[in-house]
Design a protein. Structure first.
Length: 109
C-alpha cells in the first residue's frame, strides 16, 4: 500500500517530470530528494522510480509550499535532459494548475 510524503511544489513537479522520462525510456533510478516531515522540519527521502512506478500528486493546502530548491530541481531536470537531449523543460508557476508531468516538450526522441 502507498505512503504519503510532503514535497515542495517545485521538487514534486521535477520528480514527476523525471519519473515520466524514465518510464518513457524504460529505465529506473533512485533519487534522494528533500521531504517535509510531519513536524515541519526538512529531511530527505529515497525514491525508486521506473516504468512501473505509480506516483501521484495532490495539493496539501494546510502545508507550506516551499518552492526554493534550485539544486534538487536542477539535478532532476538534468537527468531528464540526459534521457531526452531534445527536451525543452518548462517550469510551471506555483499558481499554474497544469499537470507537472506534462511540463516538458520533446522533439524526435
Amino acid at each position: 500500500m502507498g505512503e504519503t510524503v510532503l514535497l515542495a511544489d517545485d521538487v514534486c513537479q521535477a520528480l514527476l517530470r523525471y519519473a515520466q522520462a524514465l518510464a518513457e525510456t524504460k529505465r529506473s533510478d533512485v533519487v534522494t530528494i528533500p521531504v517535509l516531515a510531519a513536524d515541519g522540519s526538512m529531511s530527505t527521502g529515497d525514491f525508486l522510480l521506473g516504468p512501473a512506478s505509480q506516483l501521484y500528486a495532490t495539493p496539501a493546502p494546510d502545508q507550506p509550499h516551499r518552492a526554493d530548491n534550485p539544486d534538487t530541481v536542477g539535478d532532476l531536470d538534468e537527468r531528464v535532459r540526459l534521457l531526452h537531449p531534445n527536451a525543452l523543460i518548462g517550469h510551471a508557476d506555483s499558481a499554474d494548475s497544469a499537470p507537472a508531468a506534462e511540463s516538458y516538450l520533446t522533439e524526435d526522441w
